[in-house]
Design a protein around this ligand. Structure first.
Ligand code: LLP
Length: 423
């Protein structure tokens, strides 16, 4: 459920009309709903805590999905932790008020500088993804004088996800270590007095719309916990990653958080570990939209109709990068039969096509449209390609809204660059 609905014939976010935001802030603009973010977090948390066998799992929101400070602060107030993958994300989580004890640091290529920063900040856990990283972490831990809690990220060899580019659990992917390798690395970590080996982690992909691969992966992780314990090691934590898919309005209803939690309880319930989950998309995707303006509609003699928007692939890259589908809704739908459009942006490549042959209510120049489900992996993946300024982000709460990232001026953009002294 989300809080983007038609009110008096026009699309609104909670009690604020998207047209009013577009007037005040300009387009394109990302708009996020606080009530939806909060609801998604609470539904996910309540689904898990309904199962006593799961204990009280940590929910480390995957910051990469939407890392705006106000989005993070909204979730921080509900008790969310953070799954981070760079020094920048750790800094964001801390700045938003997420305490270091609730921050997890993952990723296949953490630099020594980043690891040192994380240890000094006192993050809860480092998810180690390879043997070279374990060695690097030992060195950094000794230098910094902190004994970090370490979990080994395992690749359970169960791939899943909405697109090949976002599947991470197959053995050919760069993420984590094999099961055999995991046992060896765990032993290494357990016997290294610079480190505190506490458990295991996995994450098999994103936009997963079927519980079966998650269930298989969780089962592999459960068996590994039991095998390590049989070897005499203590395993206290199990981080099961993110990945639960959402509705993009063209796919079958994904499994509910409740069904996900029931599955988790049946596979890892009662294992006597502190569980953690790293949801990103399921919290943020349907809590945000991208609002764009139609610059003009251009009809070819062959009948092909292009709706050319002021938003482009640099603002929302998911369609170009993953052939992703985003529902597109006119903000104030005009009456009349639906018309087929190719919806495109102004960037100079054919890849800058959001969709082809989409049936939409009739559009005219200056109309506003909203790309739905753009709250996750939207603004965070944007760029300044074609020297287009990063677009603003707006957070709505009830009948109030605030610009939570401002659109930079062209002067600001250009001032970051200098002429080399010989020019
Ligand atoms: N934990 C780890 C270790 C991850 O790599 C990810 C996402 C998550 C958690 C959160 O997964 P989620 O719950 O959001 O599925 N840019 C792509 C998605 C990339 C996901 C990367 N990893 C997209 O736009 O679809």
């Amino acid at each position: 459920m989300n809080h983007f609905d038609l009110r008096e014939g026009a699309l609104a976010c909670e009690s604020v009309s998207l047209a009013a935001i577009a007037r005040a802030v300009g387009t394109p603009v990302y708009v996020y709903s606080s009530a939806t973010l909060e609801r998604h977090y609470q539904v996910f948390r309540d689904a898990l805590t309904a199962h006593p066998a799961l204990g009280s799992p940590a929910i480390a929101y995957a910051v990469k999905a939407n890392s705006n400070l106000s989005v993070l602060a909204t979730l921080a107030r509900l008790g969310a932790g953070a799954d981070t993958v760079s020094q920048g994300e750790i800094r964001r989580a801390l700045a938003a008020g997420i305490p270091p004890e609730r921050i997890v640091f993952s990723g296949v290529g953490k630099t020594s500088e980043e690891l040192a920063f994380a240890l000094k900040a006192g993050v809860a856990q480092i998810n180690v993804e390879s043997e070279p990283e374990l060695k690097r972490l030992t060195g950094v831990a000794r230098a910094v004088g902190v004994r970090p809690a370490v979990v080994i990220r395992v690749n359970p060899d169960v791939g899943a996800g909405g697109h090949a580019k976002i599947s991470t659990g197959g053995h050919e992917s760069k993420f984590g270590v094999s099961l055999a390798e995991a046992e060896r690395l765990y032993r290494l970590a357990e016997t290294d007095d610079a480190l505190n080996a506490v458990g295991l982690a996995c994450h098999i992909g994103s936009q997963i719309t079927d519980l079966a691969p998650l269930e298989a992966a969780f089962g592999v992780m459960r068996d590994l916990v039991l095998r390590l314990r049989a070897q005499g090691w203590t395993v206290e934590r199990l981080d099961l990653g993110g990945g639960l898919g959402v509705s993009y309005f063209n796919n079958p209803e994904p499994p509910s958080p409740r069904a996900f939690a029931a599955m988790a309880a049946s596979v890892v319930g009662g294992l006597d570990v502190e569980l953690a989950f790293e949801p990103g998309r399921v919290i943020a995707a349907n809590a945000g939209v991208l609002v764009a303006r139609v610059i003009h509609v251009h009809e070819r003699p062959d009948g092909r109709r292009f709706a050319v928007l002021d938003a482009a692939m640099n603002d929302l890259i998911r369609p170009a990068m993953y052939e992703a589908y985003h529902d597109i809704r006119p903000v104030a739908p005009r009456p009349g039969a639906a018309v087929s459009y190719d919806v495109v942006g102004p960037v100079c490549e054919t890849g800058d096509t959001f969709t082809r042959d989409r049936l939409l209510a009739p559009l005219e120049g200056d109309d506003l449209v909203a790309f739905m489900s753009a709250g996750a992996y939207g603004a965070v993946m944007s760029s300044e390609y074609n020297t287009r300024p990063l677009i603003p982000e707006v957070l709505v709460r009830g009948d109030a809204f605030a610009v939570v990232r401002a659109r930079p001026s062209y002067e600001e953009m250009l001032s970051r660059e200098t002429r080399a002294p010989w020019l």
